[in-house]
Design a protein around this ligand. Structure first.
Ligand code: SAH
Length: 221
């Protein structure tokens, strides 16, 4: 499997990545730490070698099992909303290609990432690049349940379209924590930012329009 084999990150890839970061800046991403993380991570490693150029276009791309690697703008936008600090415990729902997880790990977070598709979960276990980040813990399970044995979390990020805000994910958020969840159906979703105050009260903000693959219930073999 190609995925297991180390790949090159040369000056051309780095140049394309710089251009991508400029595009994200023009589109309104301001958090320099997030931009630096995107500049540091070879996104082409997450795609088949035949699609190296596409890796640095600002768009989502199909990966295994009918799933997608999120658009770089979306990854940057969600990461920026989370205001990641070093050693933040972050729960991610929807590991997918693990690109978002690597961006969070590069920002210094302790990432707990859940994937419901066994095939994808196993595939990422073989991925050479994931080994660079011992601060990513991956789990095979249903994201609606969260990860109660590792709760509470400083931050929660959902990278699939949730039909509603999953209550267990908000329960597992620390006071002072932030959750970023796209909520809607297959026609489109609104990015929701949910903050939990020190006293435990919860506030919701509705932000921009996005388009994710659906957050499904249960695990899939
Ligand atoms: N974060 C990913 C984007 C993945 S696309 C990346 O950076 O590439 C969304 C992923 O969410 C898919 O892999 C899908 O299988 C997964 N998913 C959907 N519903 C889920 C659920 N209930 N629990 C865990 N993962 C889920």
């Amino acid at each position: 499997m190609l995925h297991k084999v180390e790949r090159q990150d040369d000056y051309r890839h780095k140049g394309l990545r710089k251009q991508l970061v400029d595009i994200l800046r023009e589109k309104g991403i301001k958090d320099e730490k997030v931009l630096a993380a995107i500049e540091a991570i070879p996104r082409h490693f997450f795609l088949d070698p035949a699609f190296e150029r596409q890796a640095y276009e600002d768009r989502a791309f199909p990966i295994l099992a009918d799933q997608t690697i999120s658009q770089p703008y979306t990854v940057a936008y969600q990461s920026q909303l989370l205001e990641i600090k070093k050693f933040d415990k972050v729960l991610e729902i929807g590991t997918g290609s693990a690109y978002q997880a690597c961006v969070l790990a590069e920002l210094g977070a302790l990432v707990y990432s859940i994937e419901r598709q066994k095939k994808l979960y196993d595939y990422i276990g073989e991925f050479f690049f994931i080994k660079k980040y011992p601060n990513i813990k991956r789990m095979y399970g249903d994201g609606y349940e969260g990860a109660p044995s590792f709760a509470p979390f400083d931050k929660v990020i959902v990278t699939a379209a949730a039909p509603y805000i999953p209550p267990k994910l908000i329960e597992q958020l620390k006071p002072g924590g932030i959750a970023v969840i796209p909520v809607g159906d297959d026609e489109g979703q609104k990015m929701m930012r949910i903050t939990k105050d020190k006293d435990g009260s919860v506030h919701e903000e509705e932000l921009g329009d996005f388009s994710f693959v659906p957050m499904l219930t249960g695990r899939n073999k």
